[in-house]
Design a protein around this ligand. Structure first.
Ligand code: FAD
Ligand code: MLT
Ligand code: ZN
Length: 483
């Protein structure tokens, strides 16, 4: 593992034996009990190739009942579990730390219902986000969530990480979407139905929120319901260049005022991120050749009046070009250009991986301070380490990424705890959207008070007294339920 304090396997957990395998084969289809090392290898490895588990067993349940049987049995046998979806998580939460049983819900991938009047979609947790997007597109609706990993990540994983993504300006955070509901199976196998298909429901504690963002530490999400907005006809995307970070901030301020409710995304990347994409990804071109600019911004508008929205964006951009706030810019003319502009922004994580090791930080910071951290880090680390800044500027969410040919302890020691101390000093969050996972379990105090962490531990102990669900993750290791 890289970047996490060493953690020891908890002696409270049992090891898998042949009787366990026989039991699992009796409740699941035999070929959904995976022991083949070649199939286990990718499930033991995270997307960044930073975390590597050594699980000898992956289970692929097809129904909530199967999940319930698995949990009840594992709880009684003290077998630790890692819930897994698309395994695109970026904080080491989705892979085992040691030999935990991987419970992967990818076979639970059915759309259960879609109500065109209310826009409420109910589906199983293993549905791939992009498949849901295509389904809804055909129905004239959109998924209120979009991320670069959409081709692999699953809705259960999205809910469990409370994923943010590219269009949070347009849609609401999952916690704020009053019609997100879910079904979850707790550590002892109890099925909890919190599938909301009602817009209003004030019947006591709204416990679904415990599962949104709890990263598989409190239960396995098996079904999700979500309110989807109707598709709006007019989408425009501009790719712009700015001379400095201050100009990007001013641009956001003006875009909020002038574009108002149609502003659906505001993303930024620095020249280092742009270089990475242009040099490391096939078929990507700079939309603003030949100059190399310090910063790039993508502005997307989504509305219902095609000609009015376009005119509004054009006027806005024209004025800012005249004033010098934007150095250059282009508005996508067709769907191919739209996807090629988005490819630049969405391709950054993949492009950075081609440099070798990536130290990835996902921070919420006050907008005006955000890029100071990138500059300070660059000065601190010097060459040949690459320090890259990009992210969801509209949400004050910085992705600070540092790359080197291999993971290296000396580089890590220069980054941490500096990056967390800096974030804490500026009252930021050490995890804006990726979660805590294994990577930041011991760093939680930088963003949460001891009292709040203690309450989290109490909830964990209540819901998972044997600590079998995603151990070593989310909570500081010294306070984990199995300690
Ligand atoms: P996994 O990676 O399999 O699991 C993530 C966590 O959720 C783990 O802790 C796991 O135990 C738990 N989990 C998974 N499924 C369940 C379930 N059914 N029940 C209970 N727990 C479960 N994230 C963002 O927020 N915004 C982005 O813009 C974004 N962009 C990304 C771009 C790329 C290229 C990549 C690789 C990742 C990106 N991510 C982003 C991170 C990641 O895709 C999200 O966190 C995503 O929501 C994870 O979904 P998943 O199905 O892959 O979950
Ligand atoms: C993104 O916004 O591209 C994702 O959160 C992934 C990343 O931070 O690398
Ligand atoms: Zn992001």
């Amino acid at each position: 593992f890289y970047g996490s304090a060493p953690v020891e396997r908890s002696a409270s957990f049992s090891e898998i034996n042949t009787k366990d395998i026989t039991y699992f084969k009796s409740i699941l289809r035999e070929n959904n009990v995976i022991q083949d090392p070649d199939r286990l290898q990718p499930a033991n490895t995270d997307w960044m190739h930073k975390y590597q588990g050594s699980s000898k067993l992956m289970l692929l349940p097809r129904t909530t009942e199967e999940v319930s049987h698995i949990m009840r049995y594992c709880n009684s046998r003290h077998l630790a579990i890692v819930p897994q979806g698309g395994n695109t998580g970026l904080v080491g939460g989705s892979v085992p730390v040691f030999d935990e049983v991987i419970v992967n819900v990818s076979q639970m991938n059915k759309i259960i219902s879609f109500d065109k009047v209310s826009g409420i979609l109910v589906c199983e947790a293993g549905c791939i986000l992009e498949n849901l997007e295509s389904f809804l597109d055909n129905e004239g609706f959109v998924m209120p969530l979009d991320l670069g990993a959409k081709g692999s990540c699953q809705i259960g994983g999205n809910v469990s990480t409370n994923a943010g993504g590219l269009r949070l300006l347009l849609v609401q955070h999952l916690h704020e979407n009053s019609s997100v509901g879910l079904e979850a199976v707790s550590a002892n196998g109890t099925v909890m139905d919190m599938l909301g298909i009602l817009r209003k429901d004030n019947t006591g504690y709204d416990l679904k929120h415990l599962f949104i963002g709890s990263e598989g530490s409190l239960g396995i999400v098996t079904k999700v319901s979500i309110l989807t907005p109707p598709k709006l006809s007019a989408t425009n995307l501009a790719f712009l260049a700015c001379k400095d970070y201050l100009s990007c901030q001013k641009l956001l301020f003006k875009a909020r005022r002038k574009l108002g409710e149609v502003l659906s995304a505001f993303e930024f990347l620095d020249s280092h991120a742009m270089d990475a994409v242009l040099n490391n990804l096939e078929g990507v071109r700079n939309p603003l050749p030949p100059a190399v600019h310090n910063f790039y911004v993508l502005i997307e508008t989504t509305g219902s009046d095609e000609s009015y929205d376009r005119e509004r964006l054009d006027t806005f951009l024209f004025r800012l070009m005249e004033s010098g706030l934007i150095l250059d810019g282009v508005v996508a003319q067709d769907i191919n250009q739209v996807s090629s502009f988005w490819r630049i922004r969405e391709g950054i994580p993949e492009a950075l991986m081609k440099f070798g090791a990536v130290y990835k930080y996902d921070l919420s910071l006050p907008l005006e301070k955000m890029y100071d951290l990138v500059d300070e880090m660059r000065a601190r680390l010097g060459n040949p380490v690459k320090v890259v800044g990009y992210g969801h500027l509209g949400d004050s969410n910085l992705h600070l990424n540092i790359t080197s040919p291999q993971y290296n302890d000396d580089i890590l020691a220069q980054i941490e705890p500096f990056v967390y101390e800096w974030t804490s000093k500026h009252r930021g969050s050490i995890s804006a959207e990726h979660g805590i996972g294994l990577m930041k379990a011991n760093k939680l105090y930088y963003s949460k008070s001891p009292e709040v962490v203690q309450l989290m531990v109490s909830i964990k102990r209540l819901m998972d007294p044997n600590g079998i669900l995603n151990p070593y993750k989310v909570l500081p290791h010294c306070l984990s339920a199995n300690n």
